[in-house]
Write a protein that binds this ligand. Structure first.
Ligand code: FAD
Length: 330
């Protein structure tokens, strides 16, 4: 049963209802907090039909995992869910926060646009938890999306096992491609790394890869080719087609926090939201969890675990804030 009065202030507004946000939400309603999860329902892994490695749920569909999580959260009377895209997060003035009953004078107004016929929503929250995941930009190849999530994947730990002994491609234009190639080499000895013209693998790394039978192809790529839904190869700009049945791609990731507007939030060199050991960002009262924080995308179970860990810190922060005893022991 969901909380009925949607206008009363909430303890935490959680932006994003993936495993990180849902897990944090579950912990926080169980801490007797009134919690709103706002979700635009665009999970990054919706491209795939099965997700792997979540203990007790190996092979489950990503949407089913979310449905189960949402049901568990919504079973608590202080849980609120909103199908909505957050557009704006504004800090409250201290007097306004105190006036709505936030004892440490910290609070936020979160505005969201309803989706799929749902109403627009505004929540007044003591704390905000960013659990919005990442948006990803694949290498600019016309057909790559058609094979993403089926033949081509981005998470080696999630999908490597199913690719065992196949002729694989690793397509990536970033400097972490070398270590990804090492990981994939555990699954197939027939691996070609495509840098698409980027100079991201050093000569000694190329020699080390050659030592384990992995070839580096530095020529620019024209496109991914296939027959019907099956990927059959990688076509280079010079027209040569190198047969490959699938593999991995390294997208570039972006933290989707445009709703913070001009609020200055610290980011790391990859653009992910920097947080302290408790999960709090550089904006007091705004926490972040899951793929959106360094080191970036990992796995469902890690996002969920991170959500649970940060929820405990958030709860303690609100207790300490009410007592005026500071965020941490000095
Ligand atoms: C193709 C693919 C396959 C994968 N397969 C696996 C696998 O098999 N096993 C595994 O463990 N991991 C897998 N992963 C990784 C896994 O999906 C992520 O690590 C995990 O989903 C991260 O959880 P999260 O809660 O941080 O973010 P997400 O699950 O991405 O959830 C973020 C949510 O925030 C919402 N959101 C974003 N912006 C807003 C906004 N402004 N307002 C409201 N809501 C917003 C989004 O709609 C989304 O629902 C895969 C990833 C991809 C891309």
């Amino acid at each position: 049963m969901a909380a009925e009065d949607r206008t009363a202030p909430v303890g935490v507004a959680i932006i994003g209802g993936g495993p990180a946000g849902l897990s944090a939400g579950l912990q926080l309603v169980r801490a007797n907090r009134r919690i709103a999860i706002l979700d635009s329902n665009r999970p990054r892994h919706s491209a795939t039909l099965r997700s792997h490695g979540f203990l007790t749920r190996d092979g489950i569909s990503p949407l089913e995992l979310r449905r189960l999580g949402r049901e568990e959260f919504e079973a608590y009377p202080s849980a609120i869910t909103a199908q909505a895209v957050v557009r704006e997060v504004l800090p409250l003035a201290a007097e306004e926060a105190l006036a709505v009953g936030f004892p440490d004078g910290i609070g936020f107004r979160v505005r969201a646009t309803g989706i799929r016929g749902a109403a627009d929503e505004t929540f007044v929250a003591r704390r905000v938890l960013l659990a919005a995941g990442l948006t990803e930009e694949l290498p600019a190849l016309p057909m790559i999306r058609a094979y993403y999530g089926t033949a081509l994947h981005s998470c080696v730990e999630c999908d490597g096992f199913e690719k065992s002994d196949e002729p694989l491609a690793l397509i990536g234009e970033t400097t972490d491609v070398f270590s990804r190639a090492l990981l994939i080499s555990r699954f197939s000895s027939d691996l070609i790394v495509f840098t698409n013209g980027a100079d991201t693998i050093r000569a000694e790394q190329e020699a080390q890869l050659a030592g384990i039978g992995v070839r580096v192809e530095r020529r620019a790529i024209d496109d991914i080719v296939g027959e019907k839904a099956e990927m059959t190869g990688v076509r280079l700009a010079d027209g040569e087609v190198i047969p490959r049945v699938g593999g991995f791609v390294r997208p570039r990731w972006h933290a989707p926090v445009e709703f913070l507007g001009e609020l200055p939030i610290a980011r790391d060199a990859w653009g992910l939201v920097s947080v302290d050991a408790r999960g709090e960002s550089s904006i007091r009262g705004v926490y972040a969890v899951g793929d959106i924080v360094p080191p970036g995308p990992q796995q469902l179970i890690i996002a969920a675990g991170n959500g649970a860990r940060v929820a405990a810190k958030l709860n303690l922060d609100m207790i300490r804030g009410a007592l005026g005893v500071g965020r941490v022991d000095d």
